[in-house]
Design a protein around this ligand. Structure first.
Ligand code: ADP
Length: 255
């Protein structure tokens, strides 16, 4: 692979061509680095649950094991298997989003109904955690890819739930304007440090503190969110709330 610099400093066609080659090789090198990093991250993320499953499965082979311990080992195997399963699903989704041709299947649908449905699905968790949820939802007819957008709301809501302590609250707003729709997810949870703000959309990035590490996750959710929003020509913004917690604002232009 060519990594040197072409020392052609001319303004004519040859100079332009040299510049394009330069850009291309830089881009190729960059892609290669990203690809290697990605594979290494994926392998690492598969390796640790697999090792846990292997370890606890061999402990379970001991016939003398008290029932109590047996159960706790089986539970670890179950949760590690779930982790692998969600990792695989998210990776497949990311791969489908990375296709060269747009993977979107656009359709006119009701965004408000979709949001309400996702909230309904999470009711049990809200109740379990004693959390309250308020919503202000306009009617929102929108042309986009409903199945990818569903993942966006799903990931934002499940993060708000995961990273907010029991008894906390979540606000969801949908406002419709002539040329765009805006969806806001706000929570009063653990919040995100200023220095982590710039990295939360990176693949596999998880905030490095004990509270986040305790809560399960793959670090892929927000990169999926960002990718889907981008494919719809939209933007996503994240802000720290004045008091406590985090707000995500998604703006989608009407196509
Ligand atoms: P994960 O699977 O770890 O939840 P995400 O890509 O969805 O991955 O999020 C990346 C990181 O951003 C999380 O690990 C967490 O540290 C932080 N984060 C995301 N949403 C929130 C939120 N609502 N409140 C606090 N931290 C959050």
């Amino acid at each position: 692979q060519f990594t040197g610099t072409l020392a052609i400093n001319r303004k004519d066609e040859i100079g332009q061509l040299a510049n394009s080659f330069q850009l291309m090789t830089e881009k190729l090198g960059e892609n290669d680095r990203i690809r290697k990093e990605f594979i290494s991250d994926v392998s690492h993320d598969f390796q640790s649950p697999l090792l846990n499953i292997k370890g606890y499965a061999s402990l379970l082979l001991d016939n003398e094991l008290p029932a109590e311990e047996r159960k706790s080992y089986a539970l670890v195997i179950q949760s590690e298997t779930e982790r692998l399963s969600s990792l695989t699903k998210q990776l497949l989704l990311l791969t489908s989003l990375d296709q060269i041709a747009s993977p979107l299947h656009l359709k006119m649908f009701s965004l408000d109904e979709q949001l309400k449905e996702i909230i309904r699905k999470h009711r049990w968790l809200l109740e379990e955690k004693g959390m309250s949820l308020s919503m202000e939802i306009d009617e929102g007819r929108y042309k986009g890819d409903p199945s990818f957008l569903e993942k966006v709301w799903e990931n934002l809501l499940s993060n708000a739930l995961k990273y907010t302590e029991d008894g906390g609250s979540i606000d969801i707003e949908l406002t419709e304007q002539a040329n765009k729709v805006t969806v806001k997810f706000s929570d009063n949870g653990i919040g995100i440090d200023q220095e982590a703000m710039g990295r939360i959309f990176d693949r596999f990035y998880r905030v490095d503190d004990s509270r986040t590490q305790e809560i399960g996750g793959t670090g892929l959710g927000l990169s999926i969110v960002q990718q889907v929003v981008k494919l719809h020509g939209g933007t996503i913004e994240v802000m720290r709330n004045k008091e406590k917690g985090t707000t995500f604002i998604v703006e989608l232009p009407k196509l």
